[in-house]
Design a protein. Structure first.
Length: 79
């Protein structure tokens, strides 16, 4: 949401997995949001015998919070 209306995400780039990771989001209206996503809760669920790690995060100063999932269906993240 931007000023009370939904705005689509054009692209998102995340830094390496960790307690804090860089974040850059480009919106369809041309606005770019950057910041650091700080983990407030870690989680992991089992899907088809593989772990799907994820984190609830807050991006301070950007007014964002949500979940970043690091699901890799090939199992590469488990190595």
């Amino acid at each position: 949401m931007c000023e009370g209306r939904p705005v689509a995400v054009r692209s998102m780039v995340l830094g390496e997995q960790g307690p804090e990771r860089s974040l850059r989001i480009e919106l369809e209206d041309g606005k770019v949001v950057t910041g650091v996503a700080r983990t407030v809760r870690e989680r992991s669920v089992c899907i088809y015998g593989l772990r799907r790690p994820g984190n609830d995060v807050v991006v301070e100063g950007a007014g964002l919070s949500g979940t970043i999932n690091d699901w890799d269906p090939r199992g590469e993240s488990a190595k």
